[in-house]
Design a protein around this ligand. Structure first.
Ligand SMILES: C[S@@+](CC[C@H](N)C(=O)[O-])C[C@H]1O[C@@H](n2cnc3c(N)ncnc32)[C@H](O)[C@@H]1O
Ligand code: SF4
Length: 297
């Protein structure tokens, strides 16, 4: 093994988690934008495809009863509608392609990146299994803002991807390699949560339904079919806040269902499902959005 010190190789899971937080904070902790006097989100996560080629034991994908691979895919119509809705509200936030599957399994993921990039920066989060020199170059030459690769197998993957980055000439800063190959004793190197009661493995904190949660103040997750969910923790996917194909993005964001959750969560009340089985901290990002909402609710 060579070249383990330097670029992207902390080999220290806490350091990797902290780096991830530090990277996202300027976007997620920015002063919120407003539309019609309402704070709007800074982060939209999209789940392009309901399938993953892996099944990691700390991820709900491990259990077919909870998250089966249906291979349903997001269509361009939906992206086009979302882009129009976001232009309407002058959205200046970012996008993340991640969600409930492996985004690079969607054959048109780069076309989707390019459509979204007309509105804001787009990050791709992948397990790296289909990243090779050719796809890496295509991603770099697309309008993607960054590629994050989760390394689940071992330190040999660091060497493999560092070599690939060097040989393709892609700038090092464009790719973030995340060491996540550790054992359950140290939570796999992931800031582990129970994904709303669907995952028990690792050193999970207790659920505290009196804990505030800021997710609904600053972000949303959109599933392959346009269903809007509370956050990336909600792997139960039972309560959609609305559907992008049926309503305008802003009307869902400012609509009855999401407002009901938000009012409770920003006041330390996780009693509604699925929040009543969620152990995520929920306050890592979004303080400024939270403060803006607190003046209104
Ligand atoms: C479902 S994956 C989708 C993206 C891609 N397939 C990957 O593995 O990076 C989304 C992210 O959630 C993380 N993750 C999965 N289960 C988790 C859990 N129980 N707690 C915290 N993060 C988790 C993964 O490591 C990954 O970064
Ligand atoms: S409490 Fe958990 S499930 Fe509810 S919005 Fe917050 S992170 Fe999501």
């Amino acid at each position: 093994m060579k070249n383990l010190i330097g670029h992207n190789s902390p080999l220290n899971p806490q350091e990797t988690i902290q780096k991830n937080i530090t990277r996202k904070k300027p976007i997620l902790d920015r002063e919120p934008q407003f539309f019609n006097g309402v704070p709007i989100p800074s982060w939209i996560e999209l789940s392009l495809i309901d399938a993953c080629n892996r099944s990691c034991n700390f991820c709900p994908k491990f259990d077919e009863k909870i998250a089966p691979n249906t291979y349903n895919k997001m269509e361009f119509d939906l992206i086009d509608k979302l882009v129009l809705d976001l232009i309407d509200i002058n959205y200046e936030g970012a996008f993340c392609l991640c969600g409930y599957g492996e985004p690079m399994l969607h054959k048109d993921y780069l076309k989707i990146v390019n459509k979204l990039a007309a509105v804001g920066p787009v990050e791709i989060i992948t397990n790296g299994d289909v990243v090779n020199k050719s796809s890496l170059l295509k991603i770099y030459r697309s309008n993607a803002s960054r590629l994050l690769i989760s390394l689940y197998d071992g330190p040999e993957q660091l060497e493999k991807f560092q070599k690939m980055i060097e040989e393709t000439g892609v700038p090092k800063e464009f790719v973030i390699l995340r060491d996540r190959w550790y054992s359950d004793k140290i939570d796999f190197g992931v800031k582990l949560t129970n994904r709303t009661g669907t995952i028990e493995i690792g050193n999970q904190p207790e659920v505290n339904i009196k804990q505030e949660c800021y997710y609904t103040a600053y972000q949303v997750l959109i599933d392959w079919n346009g269903d809007v969910f509370l956050c990336p923790q909600d792997w139960q996917r039972r309560n959609a806040m609305g559907n992008i194909m049926q309503k305008k993005f802003f009307d869902i964001w400012n609509g009855k269902i999401l407002s009901k959750y938000r009012n409770k969560l920003l006041n330390g009340d996780r009693s509604l499902s699925p929040c009543n089985s969620c152990n995520a901290d929920g306050t890592v990002y979004g303080t400024n959005h939270y403060l803006a909402w607190k003046k209104l609710i």
